[in-house]
Design a protein around this ligand. Sequence first.
Ligand code: 6R9
Length: 589
Amino acid sequence: MSERIRKTTADRERANLADYAWVRHDFSWQHARSWLSGLPGGRGLNIGYEAVDRHAVGERAGAVALRCLDRSGAVRDVTYAELARRTSRFANALRARGIGRGDRVFTLLGRTPELYVAALGTLRAVSVCAPLFPAFGPEPVRERLHRGGGKVLVTTPELYRRRVAPIRADLPELRHVLVVGDGPAPEGTESFTAAVDAAADTFEVPPTDPDDMALLHFTSGTTGHPKGAVHVHEAVVAHYATGLYALDLRPDDVFWCTADPGWVTGTSYGIVAPLVHGATVVVDAAEFDAPRWYDTLQRLRVTNWYTAPTALRMLMRHGAELARRHDLSALRFIASVGEPLNPETVMWTREVFGRPAHDTWWQTETGAIMISNYAGMDVKPGSMGRPIPGVEAALLERGDDGRARVVDGAVRVLDTPGAVGELALRPGWPSMFRGYLGDEERYRAAFAGGWYLSGDLARRDGEGYYWFVGRGDDIIKSAGHLIGPFEVESVLMEHPAVAEVGVIGKPDAVAGEVVKAFVSLKPGYRPIDALRLELLALGRRRLAALAPKEIAFDQHLPHTRSGKVMRRLLKARELGLPEGDLSTLEVSR
Ligand code: 6R9
């Protein structure tokens, strides 16, 4: 091993970009493991310990871990020492309620300090953290709590009344609901503040096997229910390494990930990676607002900013002038994730911020960034970049259904530059999902011929850069959020007028895609506007953020040979593709 590689982590973190290029050369996951401390006495590896405990003693104890903005824009800081005390109290409160290793603790909260305290306290207690997106309607909430076997839920009185109380009776496993906020706790819940105040503020992280379950994130499939992707404590090795390479994280950075922890980006990079690096994490309770965002970047002197193409496109709409009125000189690194980052947006960030947005590609299942335009490499606008150190990617030849062709368990790797194939990864990186909870078969189906199959289609150029082509399945990406068409169809099907539904992602200039539903009606019902509004309202009530934005009536929905609504054909029609091109789409899925 070379002298340079043997440098301490701190040296490496302070290294200039040229050093990153050098370190990559000898990278191995095993080596990256040595960058973390591990639990004292060789008692294993715990994400919460790496993110909190080890900074809470010594020189970083007084450093700001969370810089929280409330809706009014007021700032509240939580130091690492304070975070250790508060997460200890939460971990002790869990223990006092008999919640232990492997038990699932769900959160349904806005981006407030309590969300971070609950998530990190849960990880330190070796229970499993399962964050839900607070804009989910009661149906997605019920589905996920039920499938995840949630024993504890941390939420607010208001979200509890609106989203959970109506379905509580369907969730016999849910034993404790802790509510954050002032005022009386609704019946069947208890006060979060009272629970943590009653608990001691020191907690020793118990021995943690790197393979212990740590995080549960639900993701959408084409058919069937949402899938609970299981991540283990060892994932922290990948969170740390990708934070270093792909997001250029260093201990004194002010890091702002704009994703909600209800989605995987908001936990891997909104909580874990920056804290493990000892950086300051910006936590903003408010939703997107262009002037506020520029103000936040300026006022908090954000150095690394991880956001999404939709957000960047929305900022573009507000014009460069607004950006130029702010002092963004602290901003060193901009990265993007979740949906294709178009070259125009990269050019715009280069022009307005003086630095390009670095695209990164990954999935709930991969747990961490796999492909990116990482620090120190030339950004090719429109490309997702190259596999990060330690990741082996490939493109696999496709079959008639658009996904990798598997013959007798084997697949064919495409080597020709420019060839389009299913993007696949060689299993073995630390943050790889270890299962879909309670769904062995779907997990197995995600692998073939020694590869994990991503479901995305891509091509690679002669220099090894990957270019996103599209999804190989019907899953929708709207404003960076994954939406399973089945979940939306199921809710609309409950309406007495509805005979059949096909849901697709309709291209949208800002959000990438929006959810559009094609509905055929039962005899006796007429396709009138009042019914359309009723269906839109049903969607909003039950699904909230996942609801369709548009509904079209169509008594001739196309079907696959096996009789399912053929979403791909609906989509092709929506895109105005000529009928002749559709033959290959007529495949049963
Ligand atoms: C992290 C996250 C995963 C799907 C993925 C792909 C799309 C993510 C992308 C991208 C084009 C990128 N996606 N990053 N498409 N360019 N840089 O988003 O996880 O919610 O599971 O979504 O998102 O289709 O397969 P998740």
